[in-house]
Design a protein around this ligand. Structure first.
Ligand code: FAD
Length: 372
């Protein structure tokens, strides 16, 4: 069993940004990058896409895998130890925290690692629908992120479809009207789930048509590995009528699954199973456990916001560890630590309150961090 001051679970932009900051602060972080954890290669969601055009510093864009390879090299350059294994079990109920690797057999097996602080950056996965043609045209017309992909040339002045009836679907559809010739929203039910205000804006948009009681049944397009989608089969679930429509883009807005199964029952999750963090910070309900990236962010879900929150988590973990060290030397200072236990009910209220009032004392406090 190995002990480290800080272990990072995950390998996307949040994990690597945290690793770069922690290793430069000489905390010798260990990162478990996963071995096809949640079906995604080490490096996270960006390894499943081609060009990233909105990550600053790359005026010509950069390939998703290339960006993640470079982040990995940067983490290693400053001394992060990267282990290509998946963490399958954790015990966050006691310090040091205990972590087990996948394939650890038996309840009684010793943990692979213990740590004084843990950064959770396990990300999230966009839900898919398993439509016929989906695998072939994924990223060749089908996307789960309009903000990421909407501006690419294949969608310009073309008919685009969005699947979903919630706020995300409405937001994505309105965003896509900047690029597509027309945007059609397919809603399985006879009404939208989106908030009243959002639904009103969507229905009033002249570039949007909402088709209720309608589902997509198949994606069609050009032959060959680089062939693009060109058509979509849709079906009215009430009449059973099916038709094939012109469609050059299909955007899924049917939700994401944060990778939190591992932490369930140990850390506070919200109703959609995202980790609850104190507004403006990476603090979770457990002192010493920090969360960053899409695993705690259901709103923005971007590489740059994930990277930003990874930086916050590293600075807060560093502060937590150094305060702990000084409290061991001087127990009277123990109450000064920045992170306090949040009661579960208060945690979701905090998240709600943050939408209205995004600045908090914790954020102000970390701005005093000498590393900044
Ligand atoms: P993720 O990227 O979600 O990575 C987390 C990774 O951690 C997992 O994939 C896995 O490898 C590892 N992991 C998970 N669980 C464990 C475990 N138990 N043990 C060990 N390792 C584990 N954003 C943009 O800003 N621009 C874009 O152009 C863009 N395009 C996108 C295209 C696609 C197809 C997708 C799916 C997303 C895109 N995004 C884009 C969104 C962006 O990829 C995410 O916001 C970002 O990757 C989230 O980063 P993260 O650090 O939270 O973790």
């Amino acid at each position: 069993m190995v002990h480290s001051k800080v272990v990072i679970i995950g390998s996307g932009p949040a994990a690597h940004t945290a690793a770069i900051y922690l290793s430069r602060a000489e905390l010798k972080p260990v990162m478990y990058e996963g071995m096809l954890a949640n079906g995604t290669a080490a490096g996270g969601q960006l390894t499943t896409t081609t060009d990233i055009e909105n990550f600053p510093g790359f005026p010509k864009g950069i390939g998703g895998s290339e960006l993640m390879d470079d982040m990995r090299k940067q983490s290693e350059r400053f001394g992060t130890e990267i282990i290509t294994e998946t963490i399958s079990r954790v015990d966050l109920s006691q310090r040091p925290f205990r972590l087990w690797k996948e394939w650890a057999d038996g309840e009684n097996e010793e943990p692979a690692h213990t740590a004084d602080a843990v950064i959770i950056a396990t990300g999230a996965n966009a839900r898919r629908l398993d439509l016929p043609g989906e695998t072939q045209y994924w990223q060749n017309g089908i996307s789960a992120c309009a903000v990421c992909d909407g501006a690419v040339p294949i969608f310009r002045n073309k008919p685009l479809y969005v699947i979903g009836g919630g706020d995300s679907a409405a937001e994505e559809a309105m965003f896509l009207t900047k690029y597509g010739s027309h945007v059609v929203v397919l809603v399985r039910k006879d009404k939208l789930r989106a908030s009243k205000a959002m639904a009103k804006r969507l229905l009033a948009n002249p570039k949007v048509t909402v088709r209720f009681n309608t589902v997509a049944t198949q994606v069609l397009g050009e032959e060959g590995p680089r062939g693009l989608m060109t058509h979509l089969k849709v079906k009215n679930v009430v009449s059973g009528e099916e038709e094939t429509v012109d469609a050059n883009g299909l955007f899924y807005a049917v939700g994401h699954d944060p990778a939190t199964a591992l932490f369930k029952g140990q850390i506070d999750l919200d109703s959609e199973e995202y980790i609850v963090t104190q507004p403006g910070t990476s603090y979770t309900s457990i002192p010493g456990v920090f969360a960053a990236g899409d695993v705690q962010d259901k709103r923005y879900r971007q590489a740059i916001t994930s990277a930003g929150s990874g930086c916050v988590a590293a600075l807060e973990a560093e502060k937590f560890l150094s305060e702990e060290e000084s409290s061991e030397e001087n127990p009277a200072a123990a109450t000064e630590t920045g992170q306090t236990r949040i009661e579960p009910a208060a945690a979701e209220q905090n998240a709600e309150a943050a939408k209205e009032k995004p600045t908090g004392s914790a954020a102000a406090e970390y701005r005093q961090n000498p590393l900044l």
